[in-house]
Design a protein around this ligand. Sequence first.
Ligand SMILES: [Zn+2]
Ligand SMILES: [Zn+2]
Length: 209
Amino acid sequence: MVKMLKAELHVHSNFSDGKDSVERILKTAVEKKIDVISITDHDTIDGSLSAIEFVSTEKLPLIVIPGIEISTRSGHLLAYGILKDVESGLDMRETCEIVKREGGITVLAHPFDFLRKGSMKVGNFKFVDCVEIFNAKSYFNFLAKRYAKRFSKTGIGGSDAHTADQVGIVINFLKTPEKSSILEAYYNGRKQTLRERLSFLLSQTNPKS
Ligand SMILES: [Zn+2]
Ligand SMILES: [Zn+2]
């Protein structure tokens, strides 16, 4: 039977401008019965590294997808599946290429939201794998959705939580036979890379709030 995993893909901790610690965020996620979480701090992967460590030492029933929100020269870019920092201030295309080379996948964060430093250039849609079409804090989701469709990009949703109690405001339902398949999946007898697995999962995503 296909179970839908609940994934929260956009959270800031006090490793950047979030109010709460990674520990507090993860415990809240478990209380809210979230299955998958990504800590996406601004320009640092440290929140994600600390989340991976905490989940493993505390044996929490939670899958951590490593994430970061990179400040490119032309707007915010979410990247998943990489384990190191990416330089900020580069252009969108170059940043996407670096993430891809590291095996990660890229998501245009809250495009057209100039208040949140979203990308204002339509041309940037072609460099990314996915688009955040529903950001809980943005008034520009209708435009994000319209252009994601025009460029045939998968849409994902994000709470853009800056406190633990905002975790889970926007949930993505990931279709997967079981939890472990996110981290250890075989496809046609061949082990998939994290990039392939995340792309597959996110392509099946169904954001709800
Ligand atoms: Zn942002
Ligand atoms: Zn954010």
